[in-house]
Design a protein around this ligand. Structure first.
Ligand code: ZN
Length: 252
């Protein structure tokens, strides 16, 4: 079963040109050149020395928000200081040219938006906003910095409730609307271009299947193996910045 995917950017360019509806799906790999390590890379990730299921769990936020923020505050500050790279910019350029309809991303770093992508579906949320768990008041990252009390807890100025980042924590469901939108986009896509994702984390892992079942093509730009290697029309395994640069050049 399966087939051997093509491995040249020219073939990917042909697919992009031929497709009337292309959706981009991105994971941690596209942000690695921006200096944001993929947390699955052993010894390099933000989860080193802590158990993510303990500190980044919704129960941890509820039971000990000070501890939760001790972990998250420096990490969010670091994430917020990162800049988009040429791979993010290439994706935005494809959208500007009318060649890409939308970007579905697992990343919370908001770098697609900052690179100029307009239709971005963030299925794991984003650091762009934080919300009061009680009254839902929204705060920008800069505003959150002014909310911390002496205990290191971000406190809502409107109601005194605890403020949390609008990212999906362990123990939480993914945002329903974003997932439904991503699912519909992928079902209707003639081409799903997956960049920097190992496609192992559900429900994102099921999105390429939705495209394939409706007769669409899947293309992969990622270094490691994915469950879709045997079904992909193209797989490019080089550096994401180089591969997407080559794609843009091949498109002319
Ligand atoms: Zn509030």
């Amino acid at each position: 079963m399966g087939r051997r995917p093509a491995s040249d950017p020219e073939r990917l360019a042909e697919l992009v040109r031929a497709s009337r509806s292309t959706v981009v799906l991105t994971g941690a790999g596209i942000s690695v050149p921006s200096g944001i390590p993929d947390f699955r890379t052993p010894g390099k990730g933000m989860w080193e020395k802590v158990d993510p299921f303990e500190v980044a769990h919704i129960d941890a936020f509820r039971s000990d928000p000070a501890r939760f923020w001790r972990f998250y505050r420096p990490r969010f500050a670091e994430l917020g200081s990162k800049e988009p790279n040429d791979a993010h910019r290439a994706v935005a350029e494809l959208e500007r040219r009318g060649l890409v309809e939308a970007v579905v991303t697992q990343n919370i770093d908001r770098l697609h938006r900052r690179a100029g992508s307009r239709r971005v579906i963030e299925v794991h949320g984003s650091i762009e906003t934080s919300s009061c768990a009680q009254c839902q008041a929204k705060y920008t990252p800069e505003e959150v910095e002014n909310l911390f009390d002496d205990a290191g807890i971000a406190v809502c100025t409107a109601c005194g409730g605890n403020v949390r980042p609008d990212v999906v924590l362990f123990g939480e469901f993914l945002p329903e609307r974003a997932i439904a939108e991503a699912q519909e986009l992928c079902e209707n896509a003639e081409l799903l271009l997956c960049i920097g994702s190992s496609l192992e984390v559900h429900p994102v892992a099921g999105l390429p299947a939705a495209t394939l079942e409706r007769g669409g093509e899947v293309a992969l730009v990622t270094k490691g193996p994915t469950p879709y290697d045997g079904d992909a029309a193209v797989k490019l395994t080089g550096d994401v910045v180089d591969e997407l640069g080559a794609l843009l050049r091949a498109l002319g």
